[in-house]
Design a protein around this ligand. Sequence first.
Ligand SMILES: NC(=O)c1ccc[n+]([C@@H]2O[C@H](COP(=O)([O-])OP(=O)(O)OC[C@H]3O[C@@H](n4cnc5c(N)ncnc54)[C@H](O)[C@@H]3O)[C@@H](O)[C@H]2O)c1
Length: 437
Amino acid sequence: MIHPRISIFGLGYVGSVTAASLAERGCSVIGCDVSPGKVDQINAGKAPIGEPGLDELLQAQWTAGRIRATPEVDEAVRESDISVVCVGTPSAPSGALDLRYVETVSAQLGAAIRRKGTPHSVVYRSTMLPGSTRRLAAAHLGEGENPPAVYFLPEFLRQGSALADFRNPSLSVIGVLAPGQSVAPVAAMLDEATEIVAVESAELLKYSCNAFHAMKVVFANEIGRIGKELGIDSSEVMGALCRDTRLNISPYYLKPGTPFGGSCLPKDVAALVHHSRKLGVSVPMLDSLMESNRRHLEAVLERIEGRGRKGVLLLGLAFKEGTDDLRGSAMLELAAQLMLRGYEVKIFDPAVSPANLIGANRVFADARLPDLASLMIEDPTSLLADGEPRTIVVSKECIALEELGPLLRDYPGHHLIDVNGWRALKGVTASYEGVCW
Ligand SMILES: NC(=O)c1ccc[n+]([C@@H]2O[C@H](COP(=O)([O-])OP(=O)(O)OC[C@H]3O[C@@H](n4cnc5c(N)ncnc54)[C@H](O)[C@@H]3O)[C@@H](O)[C@H]2O)c1
């Protein structure tokens, strides 16, 4: 493997670990930082930050002549093929992201790369909100005869185990500015499993991971506080929860699309939150679940309203495929809301027969949507063929693609909103949109 020459901008926590680790892989590394102290540390073979094993690794790579540092941007760019941006992206007092350091480095890099005049790549590792890499590239790196290839490579290492995480990353994803953009120039920074995605997806991925981690901690602590108040060992509860790798620690329930519903989740979340209140235990995250779910449904409604069509066909009503359980069904709620707002609603779901609903299922359906039977249709063909352009909301695969595709081709003009991530629908009509993609 060819080992490229790499310059690292920002020799803080991420930059030092990246610099030492890439040198360990055989790359020739030159660090660059505005802090003279950090530059001096690297040039003395010492780690500028405290991280287990970093001092030893840096010392070894420095002794082998593979790593040094400079305060000069031009020198760092001239002596490298790839520049990696690891400067800080702190929060402003308002919570807004402060991009001033990345902005400065990008401008400096752009000018130095133009002066250098030979092929160069820029890899952003600083955490930035979606759109930042593309904007910075356009503002600072796009001009000149030989503009650099630009990437966003999110960093997932954890302090305390950063070197091990760099060698064996939990996730490896690189963002590119255009489909088909080659990642060959930066192959030395990737591993075999690296997934190539749009740069904005890579940027959002980093935030999603950190938000997810924060959510996990808050969730465990809210359950912990409830447990403590009830005299229950929550570590035991959470330990057992984590042993379920099918529903709990798994991709299940992590698919953007339909709001949650059914006979259990809304009822049990409500009961837990209500009981916590009675106990005097504050659980703001659990408390926010129903409201967030309601807002998600509202977002679907707004999307339908945005199309400005009075006729709406819902494909799928029951909250789970193949069942006729309407209790807590988000689509039933959607139908009820649409009726209240004056829409002409029709529903197709072969698994649901209003005449056969019994027990709590019947009570729920009657309470939320007394007109249900008159809204259900047995075949969507005549509705789609009547010449009126409708919005079709698809919440589950209750009709075969081989049936729906020809219908939409023969009777064009309908708009499809997919709330379930049934991506094959994209291929059957140009008038398609997803609620979360
Ligand atoms: N610390 C982590 O665990 C971690 C993990 C993943 C991602 N990140 C992200 O990586 C980025 C860097 O984080 P960090 O913890 O290493 O930050 P840090 O504050 O430790 O280091 C940033 C370095 O950039 C230097 N710098 C600032 N302006 C510069 C310039 N114009 N030219 C050269 N150097 C300059 C600073 O002197 C400092 O040494 C942030 O966006 C952070 O969100 C951090």
